[in-house]
Design a protein around this ligand. Structure first.
Ligand code: CTP
Length: 472
């Protein structure tokens, strides 16, 4: 067989290939395989597995990419001209041995029929929340729960708006609201609708909620003369994104676990304009929340005032004072793991003034009697009911780090403590790096100096090992 390498192609073609590959998240090599496979599909050619070099993972393609156990995909077809491509998407997903169920929105039925979707599926497509034929046989709750991934293709501007707003007035939106599975959107709309501030606002909300995206691509629109971003990703691109997400979910060791993280400083009011605070940036706690979410956990982050974006896919509860933090933490129970990374103020002003304290001529400086704040970590670790399986604290120390941390572990009743030296010369408080000593019942383990993100990843893998039965 004749051979040709990518290097031999002309520059313009290589550039187009690189762009196409970047857009679909594939290597250039895999992109070429995809193109060849598409061409072969069009000509009825079957045996293309030979294009996957031995020893390498199979490129997204026919049976070679099929997972061992059929993962379940719920495909929601929205009402846009791109809906016709979703019929091909069903084929592509089934080729990959996914078990596919399909819901058509009311608007989708203007573009494709439930009959044509059902014919490709090999089972009826669902349409109506109140149609006994679909609702009583399946129902939106099982439909939403009995799947590993929900794909919305095309995701129209209207469907995205409904999702961002939490609407549930039809089968598609009710299933989207009820699912615990990851959601993948393949947006498709006119470029002006895509660029519209409302759509971008909804998109930002959905991304913050942990929704994944494929596309939209740039190109010709159905409307004559219209061009720009808004074309739905091609079925093969969507199928590749589905494979990637489902492969990732297999490597999500905290899937199905609930994780609570506290982060940042607390602000303890002196009067309406002044407060007691500390130098915590919240970076370590936010990094832990992000890593736990990436590992598949449902994460609640109770954060004091910080200057950081919300980590994607994490429910963020913003608080100011230690007492508000305790309240939010208790409301978030039950959880499997609670990680207390917040630098909670130990004391608050006994009687914060309702009015701004004023300097009075001739008066001495005011005295501010302090009272102790509740110890959130200790309160949760000593709970008789709903104590998390794993309670993890931090120990911010400036001397005798390991010894103080060991004493703290016993005093607070937690399972692990991540001890760190917060003396100003370490730059840890507020900085990007951290040096941890992990203190557990069985000893002290020094971790290398590393970024706060790397600490978070290491901690999450230790948590997963402990929860999933391996030795911590
Ligand atoms: N912590 C808490 N509530 C408090 C104080 C601390 O939940 N009121 C948690 C912190 O989030 C951290 C751990 O307890 O996980 C230890 O915090 P640290 O500031 O190191 O210790 P303190 O308990 O404040 O003790 P000390 O200041 O005496 O070192």
């Amino acid at each position: 067989m004749a051979s040709i390498t990518i290097r031999q192609l002309d520059e313009a073609l290589k550039k187009r290939l690189r762009l196409r590959a970047a857009r679909s998240g594939r290597s250039v090599e895999d992109e070429v395989r995809t193109i060849l496979r598409e061409a072969a599909d069009a000509t009825g050619e079957e045996n293309l597995e030979a294009f996957t070099p031995p020893g390498r993972a199979a490129a997204p393609g026919r049976a070679a990419a099929a997972p061992a156990k059929a993962a379940r995909v719920l495909l929601i077809i929205g009402g846009g001209i791109a809906a016709y491509k979703s019929l091909d998407l069903i084929r592509r997903l089934k080729e990959r041995r996914f078990s596919v169920r399909c819901v058509l929105t009311k608007a989708a039925k203007h573009f494709v029929t439930p009959l044509s979707a059902g014919a490709i599926l090999g089972e009826p497509a669902f349409t109506d929340l109140f149609d006994p034929a679909s609702e009583f046989d399946v129902g939106h709750i099982p439909l939403a729960r009995e799947c590993d991934l929900v794909v919305v293709a095309p995701a129209t501007a209207d469907l995205m708006a409904k999702m961002a707003g939490g609407h549930a007035d039809d089968l598609a939106t009710a299933a989207l609201l009820a699912t615990g599975a990851k959601i993948l959107l393949a947006p498709a709309m006119n470029p002006h609708m895509w660029a519209n501030k409302a759509t971008q606002r909804n998109l930002a909300q959905l991304v913050a909620d942990g929704v994944a995206l494929v596309g939209p691509n740039e190109g010709e629109m159905a409307e004559a003369g219209e061009r720009g971003p808004g074309r739905m990703a091609e079925p093969l691109e969507i199928a590749a994104a589905v494979e990637k997400l489902l492969a990732a979910s297999e490597t999500q060791p905290l899937k199905g676990r609930r994780v609570l993280v506290t982060a940042g400083p607390t602000h303890e009011p002196i009067d309406p304009v002044r407060y007691i605070a500390n130098r915590s940036s919240g970076k370590q706690g936010h990094a832990i929340a992000a890593a736990a979410a990436q590992a598949g956990a449902e994460v609640m982050l109770v954060s004091g005032p910080v200057n950081l974006p919300d980590p994607p896919g994490v429910k963020v509860i913003k608080v100011e004072s230690a007492r508000q933090m305790l309240d939010a933490v208790q409301k978030a129970l039950p959880v499997d793991v609670a990680i207390f990374a917040a630098a909670v103020a130990d004391w608050r002003v006994a009687d914060a003034s309702a009015q701004k304290l004023k300097k009075q001529p001739g008066q001495t400086t005011p005295e501010l009697p302090l009272v102790e704040n509740p110890d959130i970590l200790s309160t949760i670790a000593h709970r008789k009911t709903q104590r998390p399986t794993l309670v993890i604290g931090f120990a911010a120390e400036t001397e005798n780090v390991a010894a103080n941390a060991k004493a703290k572990l016993a005093r607070k009743g937690c399972d692990w403590i991540l001890a760190n030296d917060v003396s100003p010369q370490t730059g840890i408080m507020g900085g990007d790096r951290n040096t941890i000593e992990l203190v557990t019942g069985s000893g002290v383990e020094p971790w290398p100096p590393q970024t706060k993100e790397a600490v978070a990843t290491m901690l999450v893998s230790r948590i997963a090992a402990a929860l999933n039965g391996a030795r911590a």
